[in-house]
Design a protein around this ligand. Structure first.
Ligand code: ADP
Ligand code: MG
Length: 586
């Protein structure tokens, strides 16, 4: 299946399917009546479906709830209506202007609301939706008010007129197919994967080099432009529009269409829209009970197929995916045998982080030399995770300075730190649950600065999976793996980005004995290749196996730091942490 195979960079990918689909819709348009009931149904389905594909981008891919898709359709529709009727613009010129307006407003709303996270976008889009309806009704001199706009023009292009209803339907269906194909391709390219990573886990996405805020704004802007396209074509299709066609209730209908068909895929969007346009027409003979039957049908599908109709199809196809055969070039860092150097690749000075009265970190110094494994140990609650979170930019430090590879990163965003080559795993696993194992690792491979895209990123991801021994699971959804293997996926994701330093926050947490031993072997292999690692743990066995240097924290303060030998025999460390003198390994 294309979604889980290594992405092909060829421009021809999907072209035969697109041509068949286009031939199909041209045939439909040719056979459709020139006006009347059937034509109207088809016109509505085609233009709504286009707008719903926009929801796939913002909600399906990026996980942001927008309740204003009807408003963006309205902007597109009124742009075309007012542009052609009052300003006598060419239809396509008016359409492009209207789509730009929708996109610009989408970007502005996105910038204003998406930095806040949570469900602010949902709230802001509800308000925007209501405001737009009020403007359309009350700004009579410009919008024609509640009566709406009549006699909207249909276009002519290169001497071909689309005046006839079924000819214009051909335009709408073509736009629908091309939009769906573009969004389908987006899903499996770098930007689409970044959106889905943001949807599944914002923190992890940021530490994989993804600009979370920018990605969300872009997704919302794109969905607004696509909504504008659907609306503009709707205006041309019906030649008459009024404010109530783009109300809050319509936004909910569009959302339902997306969720019903399956919001993860543009084909789901087409399916859901087709069904919700046609279903009410079929059920009309039921008269009064029609709404109840219609509502029950929608609820049943959503309860039994939570990923929508297309989600079911997708799952069946994934089950048939076969393992990817063939050799891949090994991870670049594995061809090197890095030796310990004196270069301080990570230098932390006086780092403090206070949570109210709790001093989780209280003036910690730490220096990691390139080519070494540095362990940060300490009892539970001593500030180890806080240290990693501050160093990777998830928390702002209360005081102190962090220099990474010669750059002061104290104030940098998580994705900027990752782009410099700082990768991490999390104490509580943070994988991208809506994606396959391979896609998870590709997100790591595609970090800006790594210079990999498309097929090359896929091959790099496979090499990283080879290294952790999970290549055979590449096509599975990551959530189907055991806890221990999900941790390996996280490590592979970090490795695929060829980091300069890898931070591992309690990688052994939650693993059983066998898995712990496997992890120890994996870390020794990494160490053998000279990868610089900062490992956090309170399990001394693992630390003793791999560490060159150890720093010990207690109550947010550094109580010892030095070579493994010195630290483990330090009386303060023994008293505060180890409890009893340890025997030197033979
Ligand atoms: P460790 O990883 O060494 O077990 P942590 O860094 O998770 O320790 O926690 C250190 C201290 O900081 C603990 O007392 C913990 O309760 C507190 N702490 C950590 N994160 C937060 C937070 N986000 N808000 C408030 N307190 C926190
Ligand atoms: Mg911790």
């Amino acid at each position: 299946m294309s979604m889980t195979a290594i992405p092909q960079t060829s421009v021809w990918r999907g072209v035969p399917g697109t041509l068949i689909a286009l031939a199909g819709v041209v045939a439909v348009a040719f056979l459709a009546p020139q006006q009347g009931y059937i034509l109207n149904i088809l016109m509505q389905a085609a233009t709504y479906a286009t707008a719903v594909v926009g929801l796939v981008v913002v909600l399906g891919f990026c996980g942001q709830i927008s309740i204003a898709q009807a408003a963006f359709m309205g902007l597109g529709a009124y742009g075309v209506a007012i542009g052609t009727v009052d300003f006598h613009l060419n239809f396509f010129a008016a359409l492009v202007l209207a789509m730009s307006l929708a996109g610009a407003l989408g970007l502005m709303l996105g910038v204003a609301s998406l930095r806040l996270g949570g469900h602010y976008l949902a709230m802001v889009t509800i308000s925007f939706q209501q405001i737009l309806t009020l403007v359309l009704i009350n700004w009579t001199s410009f919008t024609h008010g509640p009566d709406g706009v009549r006699n909207i023009a249909r276009p002519a292009l290169f001497g071909i007129s689309f005046e006839q209803g079924n000819d214009f339907l051909g335009v709408c269906l073509t736009a629908m197919v091309l939009t769906a194909v573009a969004v389908w391709r987006l899903k499996s390219n770098r930007l689409g994967r970044a959106m889905r990573a943001v949807r599944d886990n914002e923190l992890a996405a940021g530490t994989c080099g993804i600009d979370v805020f920018g990605t969300k704004v872009l997704a919302f802007g794109l969905s607004a432009v696509i909504g504008g396209l659907g609306g503009g074509l709707f205006a041309g299709g019906f030649r008459y529009i009024s404010p109530d066609q783009f109300s809050f209730a319509e936004s909910i209908v569009l959302l339902t269409m997306a969720l019903l068909g399956g919001v993860q895929s543009p084909f789901g969007a087409l399916l859901g829209t087709g069904l919700l346009v046609i279903l009410p027409e079929w059920l009309r003979f039921l008269r009064q009970v029609y709404l109840a039957v219609y509502g029950a049908a929608v609820i049943l599908i959503m309860v039994f197929l939570p990923d929508g109709l297309w989600g079911f199809v997708d799952e069946q196809m994934r089950k048939r995916a076969r393992p990817i055969q063939g050799a891949v070039p090994p991870l670049p860092m594995l061809s090197e045998t890095g030796a310990e150097t004196d270069e301080a690749v990570l230098k932390v000075e006086g780092l403090a982080k206070h949570f109210g009265g709790i001093k989780a970190l209280d003036g910690v110094d730490l220096l990691v030399r390139r080519g070494t494994v540095h362990a940060l140990i300490g009892p539970n609650g001593s500030g180890k995770s806080t240290f990693v979170n501050v160093v990777t930019g998830l928390y702002r430090p209360t005081a102190g300075r962090i220099v990474f590879a010669g750059t002061d990163i104290t104030g940098a965003a998580p994705h900027q730190r990752n782009r410099l080559g700082l990768a991490r795993t999390f104490q509580n696993i943070r994988v991208f649950r809506g994606m396959t194992v391979l896609e998870n690792v590709m997100v790591g491979a595609e970090r800006p600065g790594n210079g990999l895209q498309g097929e090359a990123a896929g091959l790099r991801a496979l090499a990283a999976l080879d290294f952790v021994g999970l290549r055979g699971d590449a096509h599975r959804m990551v959530g189907q793996l055991s806890y221990g293997h999900q941790r390996y996926v996280e490590i592979a994701r970090a490795l695929a980005g060829s980091p300069q330093v890898l931070l591992l926050d309690e990688p052994a947490a939650g693993l059983n004995m066998t898995e712990k031993q496997e992890l120890g072997a994996l870390l020794r292999r990494l160490k053998g290749h000279g990868l610089t690692i900062l490992i956090i743990d309170h399990d001394m066995n693992l630390v003793e196996q791999v560490a060159d240097h150890i720093t010990v924290l207690n109550f947010g303060r550094r109580i010892a730091s030095g070579t493994k030998r010195d630290v483990l025999s330090n009386p303060d460390v023994i008293a505060a942490y180890l409890g009893e003198p340890r025997h030197e390994a033979a």
